[in-house]
Design a protein around this ligand. Sequence first.
Ligand SMILES: Nc1ncnc2c1ncn2[C@@H]1O[C@H](COP(=O)(O)OP(=O)(O)O)[C@@H](O)[C@H]1O
Ligand SMILES: [Mg+2]
Length: 557
Amino acid sequence: MRFAWPLTQGGNTIRKKRRTAGPEIRESGFSASPKRAASSIMAVMPDALPEYHPLTVLRDWSAVSPGSAFRISDAQTGIIAFGATGSGKTSGPAAHFGRAYLLAGFGGVILCSKRDERAMWERWAEETGRSGHLTIIDKSGRYRFNFLEWEASRAGEGGGLTINIVALLDEIAGAIASGAGKAESGSGGDNKFFEDALHHLNTNLVDLALFASYGDPQGGSVSLPLMRLILNTAPQSLKEAESHEWKDREWGCPAIVRAADEATKNADEDTRADFEECRNYWLQEFPNLSDRTRSIVTLSFSMLVRPLITRPLRKLFSTDTNVKPEDTFKGRIILVDLPVQEYFLAGRVANLVWKRCFQRAVLGRMQPNDGTYLRPVFLWADECQNFVTEFDAAYQAVARSAGGCTVYLVQNRESLLRVLHSPSAVDSLLGNLQCKCFCQNSSVETNDWAAKLLGERWRDIISTTHGTSNPMTPDMEGTQSAGASSSEQRRYYVEPASFTTLKRGGPSNDYQVECIVYNGGMKFSGYDEHGHPEQQPHTQMTFDQLTKEQRGKLRQL
Ligand SMILES: Nc1ncnc2c1ncn2[C@@H]1O[C@H](COP(=O)(O)OP(=O)(O)O)[C@@H](O)[C@H]1O
Ligand SMILES: [Mg+2]
């Protein structure tokens, strides 16, 4: 049984076919929108709620299932949409939720895989009165974010600074490795060794830069060119490290080690011990690495920082800052228009930097306990396999209480497995994105998994038999027999094959996109195959890709 329900603004109208009179209907609350009056996000709402209260309705689903709605609390437990390319993920469920988030006043960061995402979001922002809040990060360099300075200026992080910068560099290194196809062979053996060696190098590069500026009232000073300078002037053998020619140099690695020694001389015991470790790395461990290992980690580091210190990203990430992740907390919507489709590795790096720093900023947020609520902020990634990392599962598990809402779109489970490498990492991510939308899909693995997720119930299966026995002699008639038996069997709510035939939008489907929606723990009213009402863990929704006007014009043709 299928219903559609009323929306709202412009395209992606969900067709109205209300069966029941809804309970009291109110408008949900984004006050900054000049088009607020025009908005008809109708909501099944309790009496006036404080702004951004978790029960605030973002989408009224009562026409699909009486009394049901998608609320801020649902947004905060994350969404993932699956579907083959062209199945209607973007124009169906994504448009449904994306517009609702904009109307409700959310801030957010939008990662871009494709060129056309900017125009789409500009249109959605225009339709929802949010154009003024949209900030486009593009190669023009109008908006810039020096993420290392931002990290260094974050108060009260202590030793966390190195860990956070290195974690970000590790993620970028992972993106480079998977772009080069290295990740396909898994993370065992040689790869793991070099990953660890690079991680260790990064840690000591960041540490040395920070020790050299220890105690500086301006705060720790670390930059990618400084890190590169340290590495390029580091000793290549123990003999060199002990030579006066190297040790007495007035610049580069030996001079920075001396400056760090001087700066930490009167520091507390722990800091001093950490510095000794770091000095030991540069004077003993690094020169003692085998030539092969040293040249591989040096090259890996160079590949890692190169996108960030050359065009087009240098200006965007290695100069000053005029937009930062916390701006989303005031409603800014930051779109990283450096799509992977066009900028390849540089695009991935740019998006990953924004993603990681946004996640860090969200995790640092605290819910006020004065009866007000944080403005929700979303992290949006279409074709999310380009940006997914292992950190996402941990992030989303905690982000909920900090008002963080993740929306990921992907073709199938295999796409996630390719980047996360293990089924348990995929399950961990999916377990933390509670709302799951399934558009048309021909991935057997994904369809089987989706059917299992939605679950089974007992069904009366009636089987009938009918037969004629063989006649004893040619002139005799055979005996007729018939029977019916009933047995209980377990059957899926939705059979795996059902996902293969959902409508994919476009003219051949009358511009309709069908999607099966599951929202962890939510029950929807539905009907079993005999037409009897039952509560189900899922519902099927139909989204219209056309605006009312577009549909009107189509009818006139
Ligand atoms: N606004 C629209 N009007 C008409 N057709 C559309 C519209 N948006 C998308 N389509 C078509 O509908 C199909 C599904 O598109 P899309 O939502 O982009 O799928 P996906 O995001 O799953 O790749 C495609 O064939 C696309 O060309
Ligand atoms: Mg799409």
